[in-house]
Ligand binder design. Structure first.
Ligand code: ADP
Ligand code: MG
Length: 251
């Protein structure tokens, strides 16, 4: 396996998160340390209720941690409080989020479902649409660019959703059970796609999954139990060397 020398894209230190207070308090995460490096695709596994979604949302700046530090792309963004005033901007600039179900806007076609993110980021309509079509082609659903979400298969819809998550060239891509609605062949295709994106964009990708069939596609697996990370999760060797060997692409 290639030695990892670059700085992590995602660094989580001593992160804790609880919901509620007093008798109603739920300690969802305790003392989490996690580093994810450029080009890595890591798995986040654990039983239902172990804190996977909470951790992903804390990294995505959707949920406020209770304590600890979060550093994204070299920038300290949370230390006992948010250090950035504009979290929406931070999410737009740095983070792509892929949900379990594609969550496409039903009244927009494939192109516009991707372009809408770029419109929000302030690009002109023509630029947004051009890039949206390029992304759909990169994900091999360019031929479906005019299709409405209800006309897409599950795999096609998930690719459009991935294109949308990639639209802003995020360094960090977070996916909450993205392969759950897919059969095992399509699940592997999506995982291979995420691997390619990680390498091409030197992005860090965290994938929540229950799917034992795709474990060999991860560079490293973090396992959560009752809100704590198990310590000795051995790295898998999947593709760090692959990551080092390939030059970044324009996408
Ligand atoms: P997972 O994604 O691994 O199934 P979650 O991160 O959704 O787990 O939940 C972790 C724990 O935090 C669970 O005990 C859950 O009930 C609790 N939890 C999650 N969100 C909230 C919330 N908004 N309010 C109170 N408790 C919550
Ligand atoms: Mg969850």
């Amino acid at each position: 396996m290639a030695e990892v020398t670059s700085q992590p894209v995602v660094r989580v230190e001593h992160l804790s998160k609880h919901f509620g207070e007093g008798a109603a308090r739920v300690d969802a995460l305790g003392d989490i340390d996690m580093d994810v490096f450029p080009g890595q695709v890591v798995g986040l596994m654990g039983p239902s209720g172990s804190g996977k979604t909470t951790l992903l949302h804390c990294i995505a700046c959707i949920l406020e941690p209770s304590s600890g530090r979060v550093t994204l792309d070299g920038e300290l963004v949370y230390e006992d409080r948010w250090l950035k005033a504009d979290l929406r901007r931070l999410r737009l600039d740095k983070i792509g989020f892929i949900f379990q179900y594609p969550n496409l806007l039903p009244f927009l076609d494939g192109t516009d479902n991707v372009a809408v993110v770029l419109d929000l980021a302030g690009y002109s309509s023509a630029t947004s649409r051009k890039r949206a079509v390029e992304l759909l082609e990169y994900l091999e659903v360019g031929h479906r660019k005019h299709a409405m979400p209800r006309q897409l298969s599950g795999g096609e819809a998930q690719r459009v959703a991935i294109a949308r998550a990639l639209a802003n060239k995020p360094r960090i891509i977070l996916a909450d059970e993205p392969t759950a609605p897919l059969d095992s062949v399509r699940a592997r295709i999506v995982m291979d796609l995420l691997r390619r994106i990680a390498v091409d964009q030197q992005a860090a990708i965290i994938v929540v999954t229950h799917d034992e069939m795709i474990l060999d596609r991860f560079d490293h697996i973090f396992r959560l139990r009752d809100g704590r990370l198990e310590k000795d999760t051995a790295p898998t060797t999947a593709a760090l060397s692959e990551a080092a060997a390939r030059p970044p692409s324009v996408i």
